[in-house]
Design a binder for this molecule. Structure first.
Ligand SMILES: [Zn+2]
Length: 273
């Protein structure tokens, strides 16, 4: 799933690799997928995109916005684009394929679920996108400690830290994937109720957000995700599926995973209180 680090990394790669390429052919839903979501009637994508040129890409929250002349194409969640040079073989199954005049291409193969929304520029009124564009990114200076405390004070008192940070787009692009290491670095348990946090805890949490996310970006995204070229990111999380049952690098306790909020949480039972 694309989260904030990957949307930044992949949009940067699109800017360096695809800008100026003219689209020759678009195929949508070649392998129909129940959880591949399109904005307009998917049949219209070829007509709206063929003959047009990639102008640039931006990221906000966990979304990638690609400017294609008068259109904006959005990738998010499990819809991550993959680039293929002219001499590379394309995957047989995909939910979207865009081939360029130079015979290079991108394909999207959905993992779990994913969005590939297409809108004329300025007409994306999807709340998911609107909110992500309005709110400051945790990588920006506008994401101040006071702003962060304001976000928290608007949450119900009994809400868990996980619920507070990773739901309702409170911090767009910060999902369950990034959350685990942020809470590990903040030494806070994901199930803990947020109204039990004192000023010191809040500061730890804020500092962990401001430190962990840039580190993920600087290393090319998380190792659990692949970039535009199909390469895994260089940030290997401390807490994720593969480290469950192994020893915590800080205290040697066994890293645990428990079901929570319709998903799961991974944590060190000794370091995170
Ligand atoms: Zn530990």
């Amino acid at each position: 799933m694309i989260e904030l680090p990957e949307s930044i990394v992949v949009s940067g790669q699109i800017n360096r690799t695809l800008v100026g390429k003219k689209i020759e052919k678009v195929i949508v839903n070649a392998s129909p997928h129940k959880f591949a979501f399109f904005s307009l009637d998917a049949d219209r994508y070829p007509m709206l995109l063929e003959g047009k040129t990639i102008r640039g890409a931006k990221s906000f929250g966990g979304q990638i916005e690609v400017e294609i002349d008068d259109m904006h194409l959005y990738f998010s969640d499990g819809a991550s684009p993959r680039y293929f040079a002219p001499d590379e073989t394309l995957p047989l199954k995909h939910q979207m394929m865009i081939r360029f005049e130079d015979q290079s291409a991108i394909t999207v193969t959905i993992a779990m679920y994913g969005m590939m929304y297409l809108y004329p520029k300025g007409e994306n009124k999807n709340p998911y996108t609107v909110i992500a564009k309005e709110k400051p990114s945790p990588l920006q200076d506008e994401f101040t400690y006071d702003y962060f405390k304001g976000l928290i004070s608007s949450c119900p008192a009994t809400m868990s830290i996980k619920g507070m940070l990773a739901t309702e787009q409170r911090i767009p692009g910060l999902g369950n994937g990034c959350l685990q290491d942020i809470l590990f670095n903040a030494k806070l348990h994901p199930k803990r109720k947020h109204d039990t946090l004192d000023e010191t805890h809040l500061r730890q949490l804020y500092d962990a957000i401001r430190k962990t996310l840039p580190e993920m970006v600087n290393r090319g995204g998380r190792a659990t995700e692949k970039d535009l070229f199909g390469k895994e990111g260089g940030y290997v999380p401390t807490l994720y599926a593969k480290t469950v049952g192994t020893s915590c690098p800080a205290c040697s306790a066994t890293i645990m995973k428990e079901p929570f909020l319709g998903g799961s949480v991974t944590f060190c039972p000794r370091c995170q209180k």
